[in-house]
Design a protein around this ligand. Structure first.
Ligand code: AMP
Length: 354
């Protein structure tokens, strides 16, 4: 097999895991990342150390790579479009456009026939007050762009919660107010689409967040077969309507009646899919590399049940204990400095498949 070179924009842990999966299939990888010695570059063939939108760096990446992908959804769309003029970029830049702005994203998901929370665009304090009134004083206010891990959000649980100054407190930037979804649980689905249009999906994961950051993913999720099927169908619709190539992660709220409300989509490998490296023959990372590298997708069945737990900040100190367990796969990200809220690694504990 010829050694193709895959460019990866972004040097974090997701890029690291993609580069490791790529190497196993004889692909070379080049990381574009401004931070030197990034987690991804430590295991890749080369790093171009420059800003994501540096024209010379993008030209070099296009020249050296057979295909370019990315590990985070805030890659500048203009940079992806520039690259796409001379090298295939997967997932397609239009997936970035759909995912970077929560308002555009919700409209797109609704256009695919998939329900989301109700929403209003909010561009002023008065607009916020009117939107809140429409939702009975409840809702979740979010920045339209650049929010992650629950950052840039304010929750209004009851009409007694004051909205005073909330627009300014979130930076006086374009916002979205979502209706408050009284969900029973949160699940996500990780699915892949290949260049020939084949779609495969892993089993949905049930996710628990702490302080807005993913804490655990449990597989199987406590949902009915019908709900799991609905998640798979939603993923298929989103992937095919984007002409997508690669792995996507889609998060949902599950209502008491089993109905699904889509929350957000990430056009990349996803934290709630890390379990696949331990409980499936082909992980989400390999699946993504297969898709963007033009190889057939692997089987997405799982051989074990499992719980993936993120190691955040000082959780890294528990690694010696995890290493003693024969049922746990430990994965660390090569970050030398631990800070509160920083993802340092994860561990997946396997049990017999039910
Ligand atoms: P997000 O950044 O959109 O993933 O939101 C972070 C977390 O906030 C979600 O995982 C939910 O637990 C909660 N959340 C977000 N949006 C809503 C909503 N519209 N209703 C209820 N809870 C929400």
């Amino acid at each position: 097999m010829t050694a193709k070179t895959i460019g990866i924009i972004g040097g974090g842990q997701l890029g690291r895991m993609l580069a490791m999966a790529a190497a196993r299939l004889n692909f070379r990888t080049i990381i574009l990342e401004p931070q030197a010695d990034s987690p991804a570059a430590q295991v890749a063939n080369r790093q171009i150390t420059a800003a994501y939108d540096d024209p010379a760096a993008l030209a070099e990446l296009a020249r050296l790579c057979d295909v370019v992908t990315y590990e985070f959804e805030n890659v500048p769309v203009a940079a992806a479009a520039t690259l796409a003029a001379s090298v295939p970029v997967y997932p397609p830049p239009k997936a970035l456009e759909a995912a970077q702005d929560r308002l555009v994203e919700k409209r797109f998901i609704n256009d695919c026939g998939i329900p989301t929370a109700k929403f209003h665009a909010v561009d002023s304090q008065e607009g916020l007050e009117a939107a809140l009134k429409d939702f009975g004083g409840q809702g979740v206010l979010k920045t339209r762009r650049l929010g992650y891990d629950g950052k840039g959000q304010k929750v209004f649980r009851s009409p007694a919660d004051s909205a005073e100054g909330a627009y300014a407190a979130l930076g006086s930037v374009p916002l979205i107010l979502e209706s408050f979804v009284a969900f029973e649980r949160e699940v996500s689905i990780i699915a892949a689409r290949s260049t020939d249009g084949t779609v495969v999906a892993f089993d949905p994961a049930e996710n628990v967040h702490r302080n807005g950051i993913l804490h655990t993913s449990t597989i199987p999720a406590s949902i009915s077969d019908a709900t799991a099927e609905a998640a798979r169908n939603a993923a298929e619709k989103i992937l095919s309507s984007l002409g997508y190539v690669g792995v996507i992660g889609i998060e949902f709220f599950v209502l008491a009646d089993g109905g699904l409300i889509a929350n957000e989509m990430a056009p990349r490998v996803h934290n709630s899919g890390h379990w696949t490296e331990a409980a499936c023959v082909v992980s989400q990372f390999e699946q993504h590399i297969r898709a963007v590298g033009g190889l057939p997708l692997g089987d997405a069945g799982r051989h074990s049940d499992c719980v993936m737990q993120n190691l955040i900040g000082d959780d890294i100190l528990t690694v010696p204990d995890w290493l003693k367990r024969k049922d746990a796969l430990v994965h660390l990200y090569g970050k030398t400095e631990s800070r509160p809220g920083r993802k340092m690694g994860h561990v997946t504990v396997l049990t017999a498949k039910t």
